[in-house]
Design a protein around this ligand. Structure first.
Ligand code: ADP
Ligand code: MG
Length: 400
């Protein structure tokens, strides 16, 4: 960050989309913690701070009478904790834009912090309404975007609003800078060999990433449910495993393309198979291309764990998106655990490792290994699109 904020009214978009329990207590404040360095950095310059964020999907979950469930989705719930984190009594405005918001901003003094109501209470937010963006922009002298998690959306508060500020009146926050720097390191400035681990449920979610990876990875490790579509592409028998029939040909193409480019794709040789999708299923190990009918692969098996760990510990750059199995159930968490440990080990040996994706990050946190990888991204969809090589609207709006 480079701008001087002294005496300014700073409008900042953060991602405070935190989970709340039934009594509206914050159950995980990671997203607030991640924005904290930026908020503190700006306040140190001696300015006033106007914070915008979304919380949940209030327009998709309206009350029976068609009105917004303000009680449930108001950002007011965050005021006490944010005040505590910043050491400043945070003020709240029940509007994002409008007369009350304008008045609250006018009254705001140096060192004060104002949290505006949920941006998604406004119909125009998610479709990037120009008028809404203009009203938002009018609230601040300068604009900062630190919401990487929504950078892939062209929303009013993340993208359109930035167009109303000159190049020297807007910039990224520290979190956004770190996300971009780490992703660009993997994409453009990586030590070799570079190994990408791609897992999760479906090939269809990760096609863009897989295609891009064939252009720049040395090794691609495929695990999770999507591995079985690849097994079928190779003529294997996958029993009741998750297979996307309409993606088998695509998997075949990806395998051929990788082969042509000298990129090595590692599929799990064996799997932990189960007779039902449940924590208490009867399980055994089987070759991933010879799974009996009535059984489904829910995790990579011991042979695959060993091969994958070996590839990873010999890698210099690692990108991980998607768990190796249904890690939410302990019986199918060993593959993800083994991979996480191998990534941590490689990192200790000097490799650069980046983990992205909501569930992959949850798995790494659950295993207590978040501090043992180089970077844990806060952006699921945003990181995926960035790595696919797409230009994210929230980033473009600042960079121009
Ligand atoms: P991320 O959020 O890290 O990008 P995804 O959302 O793509 O990951 O995938 C995560 C989900 O994939 C998890 O809920 C996990 O249970 C599921 N999954 C992993 N392996 C399998 C499998 N073999 N069969 C079915 N679902 C799986
Ligand atoms: Mg997910």
């Amino acid at each position: 960050m480079q701008l001087d904020y002294s005496g300014k009214k700073v409008l900042i978009r953060v991602d405070f989309n935190v989970p709340l329990d039934d009594e509206y207590n914050i159950t995980d404040d990671t997203r607030m913690q991640k924005a904290l360095p930026t908020l503190k950095h700006i306040l140190e310059d001696g300015c006033s701070l106007i914070i915008m964020s979304h919380l949940g999907r209030p327009l998709k979950k309206k009350k029976d009478d068609g009105s917004i469930d303000v009680e449930k989705f108001t950002l007011r719930h965050l005021v006490p904790h944010l005040s505590e984190l910043l050491g400043v009594e945070v003020k709240f405005c029940e509007e994002t834009v409008g007369e009350k918001a304008t008045e609250a901003v006018e009254k705001l003094e140096k060192g004060e912090v104002l949290l505006l109501e949920n941006t998604r209470f406004n119909e125009g937010e998610t479709n990037g309404d120009e008028e809404l963006a203009k009203q938002m922009a009018a609230l601040g002298d300068v604009y900062v975007n630190d919401a990487f998690g929504t950078a892939h959306r062209a929303h009013a508060s993340t993208t359109q609003v930035a167009h109303h500020f000159a190049a020297d009146e807007k910039e990224f926050g520290l979190l956004m800078e770190a996300e971009i720097k780490n992703a660009e390191k993997v994409l453009h400035d990586s030590e070799r060999p570079l190994t990408a681990i791609v897992g999760g449920a479906k090939v269809s979610d990760k096609i863009g990433l897989l295609e891009k990876l064939i252009d720049f990875a040395d090794n691609i490790i495929v695990g999770g449910g999507m591995a079985y579509t690849f097994m079928r592409a190779q003529g294997g028998k996958t029993g009741n495993s998750l297979v996307e029939e309409d993606k088998i040909d695509l998997a075949k193409e990806l395998l051929e393309k990788a082969d042509g480019k000298g990129v090595k794709i590692y599929l799990p040789e064996d799997s932990v198979v189960a007779d039902k999708f449940a924590a208490d299923a009867a399980t055994h190990n089987a070759d991933s291309d010879a799974i009996q009918d009535g059984y489904m692969g829910l995790d990579i098996g011991p042979k695959a764990r060993a091969v994958f760990a070996d590839v990873l510990t010999n890698s210099k750059t690692i990108l991980w998106n998607g768990p190796m199995g249904v890690f939410e159930m302990e019986a199918f968490a060993n593959g993800t655990k083994a991979v996480a440990q191998a990534v941590a080990q490689a990192t200790e040996k000097g490799a650069f490792s980046l983990v992205g994706g909501g569930d992959s990050v949850a798995a790494v946190n659950q295993l207590g290994l978040a501090d043992e990888v180089s970077y844990v991204s806060t952006g699921g969809g945003a990181m995926l699109e960035f790595l696919e090589g797409k230009e994210l609207p929230g980033i473009k709006a600042i960079r121009g």
